[in-house]
Write a protein that binds this ligand. Structure first.
Ligand code: KIV
Length: 285
């Protein structure tokens, strides 16, 4: 098993090998996704929505990102581990941004950080990268700017906006980003950006012309039956499966059919096992 690094990702782009990326928020999921061969795991601030139940990613804090990143880290062996810098952790001073990026690596165990925004973040990217922390850029629909963008809507549909996104991608590569996320933009534009830059470009709602794809794991698994955006393919209906399994459990407990004898312990000594519990208690007394 060879660890995926930022060099691996660059070589994959050069070889035309597609990159797979998924979000993870805890060790159990991270272990499963890592063992399934996912190249990159992202501790996304989408956890604010799918784990914490907020309407946006905006309330997520640095402490929470460090906590979830450290949990994911314990489940990862092969995948590259990148963590989102949460809202407010890099939009202030550059020094603050560098300090927060370092904390996500030192305390959270991340191997790189991701931040949202275009050319206006060039200096932040440069300074974080200079501190030894690789930076993944994220442009297009940037959920931390949801209020500025007027909602979760497709970006870059006019010539002027497409030009701006194209220039942002080039500026972020120049500033030192090792990879780029393109979220919710026309496929033609993302394909053009992917061809124009030398760094791996990973899309979400950005069509098939990118160097890789990322999805929120809860969306891929169909955890929320009420959430079905166009760009998500549900590989499972896990929300329905979980609801049905839990309904069966509730029913069996209510009717006394769970636990059955096969799930229960007996006072009889089982072959090869230690002394029965009751006997043990009476010998202690
Ligand atoms: O927070 C997140 O999960 C993300 C991905 C959707 C790219 O930024």
């Amino acid at each position: 098993m060879k660890k995926v690094t930022i060099n691996t990702l660059r070589k994959m782009k050069q070889a035309g090998e597609r990159i797979t990326m998924l979000t993870a928020y805890d060790a159990s999921f991270a272990r499963l996704l890592d063992r399934a061969g996912t190249d990159v795991l992202l501790v996304g601030d989408s956890l604010g929505m799918v784990v914490q139940g907020h309407d946006t990613t905006l309330p997520v804090t640095m402490d929470q990102m460090v906590y979830h990143c450290a949990a994911v880290k314990r489940g990862v062996q092969r995948a590259h581990l990148v963590v989102d810098m949460p809202f407010g952790s890099y939009q202030g001073t550059v020094d603050e941004a560098v300090k927060n990026a370092i904390r996500l690596v030192a305390e959270g165990g991340a191997e790189s950080v991701k931040l949202e925004g275009g050319a206006e973040y060039s200096e932040v990217v440069q300074r974080i990268a200079r501190a030894g922390v690789p930076v993944m850029g994220h442009i297009g629909l940037t959920p931390q700017s949801v209020h500025k963008l007027g909602g979760y809507v497709v970006q870059g549909r006019t010539e002027e906006k497409a030009q701006k996104l194209f220039a942002d991608a080039q500026a972020l590569e120049e500033a030192g980003c090792y990879a780029l996320i393109l979220e919710m933009m026309p496929s033609e534009l993302s394909a053009e950006i992917s061809r124009a830059v030398g760094i791996p470009v990973i899309g979400i709602g950005a069509g098939a012309g990118c160097d890789g794809q990322v999805l929120v794991i809860y969306d891929l698994l169909g955890m929320n039956p009420d959430f079905s955006p166009k760009f998500v393919k549900k590989y499972l209906d896990l929300g329905v499966l979980i609801r049905d399994a839990v309904a069966r459990y509730n029913d069996e407990v209510k009717h006394g059919t769970f636990p059955g004898p096969e799930h229960s312990f007996s006072a009889e000594k089982e072959a090869g096992k230690s002394a029965p519990v009751l006997q043990l208690y009476s010998s202690v007394k």
